[in-house]
Write a protein that binds this ligand. Structure first.
Ligand code: NAP
Length: 262
């Protein structure tokens, strides 16, 4: 099937790498105009070049999601260039772990700022343009299975992802109350192969500082026995962003090979 989000304008944060990149590429392949944002400029430009080479429409903007002025500029630019916003994927995130009693307050705050403040600012500045567009819209916030269950040495990360889960449901209700046609859902990925595992893996096995063996980890902990890839999350995001999910809001979509079941 093609054209599942044809003509829609999408903003995907943290889209220079990993899951965000996968979502941006998938939305573009299905007909959306995708605004790729990140703080990794060359990688972001590369994603856009790849999308264009494949016949899609995309543009890159530098955008630190913790910076409210940057949100105003990015959303203002989308309004000026495209006149509308239909899809917002709040994906940018980091994983800082380690024993909680040794965690620096500055690291706790940085993780909160990117993983939680960034989602709040996206909702705050994205919804007005979506409402002005007049056709409803879809917001997808990337949480984690770590937002559904606790994990030793990942308490701060779990706290941010749990916050995203309930923030999402609250905004879903605010939009429903406002009858603006905007649906707001969260996705909870499990063990997905991306660079974030270099820092998350280090939290689980302190001192490792390298990509952990995700195949071995998956074989041990994921019921389906294999790791996920960004396209697995992008497929779920595409569905939530398309009109096929017109009756879906406040959902927590778990895509994890069954990890949460254990
Ligand atoms: P990733 O490959 O590291 O991609 C995240 C991107 O966001 C990176 O380019 C990162 O840049 C960027 N970013 C960091 N801080 C930012 C900021 N302040 N403003 C804008 N962009 C920023 O990681 P990923 O695995 O794809 O993660 C994407 C989302 O999925 C995150 O919210 C993560 O928590 C969530 N998630 C991932 C997994 C998994 O197994 N991979 C599982 C559950 C949930 P830097 O490289 O400079 O940090």
């Amino acid at each position: 099937m093609t054209g599942r989000v044809e003509g829609k304008v999408a903003l995907v944060t943290g889209a220079a790498s990993g899951i965000g990149r996968g979502i941006a590429e998938k939305l573009a392949a299905e007909g959306a105009v995708v605004v790729v944002t990140d703080i990794q400029d060359p990688m972001g430009e590369e994603v856009v070049a790849g999308i264009k080479a494949a016949g899609g429409q995309a543009e890159y903007r530098r955008h630190d999601v913790t910076d409210e002025d940057a949100w105003i500029e990015v959303v203002g630019g989308i309004k000026a260039r495209h006149g509308r916003l239909d899809i917002l994927v709040n994906n940018a995130g980091i994983g800082i772990g380690g024993p909680t009693l040794e965690m620096k307050l500055s690291d706790w705050r940085r993780q909160m700022a990117i993983n939680v403040d960034g989602v709040f600012l996206g909702v705050k500045h994205g919804i007005p343009l979506m409402r002005a567009s007049g056709d409803g819209g879809s917001i997808v916030n990337i949480s984690s299975v770590a937002g559904l269950k606790g994990s030793p040495n990942l308490s701060g990360y779990c706290a941010t992802k749990g916050a995203v889960r309930l923030f999402t449901k609250s905004i879903a209700l605010e939009c429903a109350q406002a009858k603006d046609g905007i649906r707001v859902n969260s996705i909870h990925p499990g063990l997905i192969e991306t660079p974030i595992w270099i820092t998350v893996g280090n939290a689980i096995n302190p001192g490792m500082n390298a990509m952990p063996d995700l195949d071995a980890m998956s074989a041990a902990s994921v019921p389906l026995g294999v790791k996920g890839v960004p396209a697995d999350i992008a497929n779920g995001a595409l569905w939530l962003c398309s009109d096929e999910a017109r009756y879906v809001t406040g959902l927590e979509l778990v895509i994890d090979g069954g990890l949460i079941l254990r």
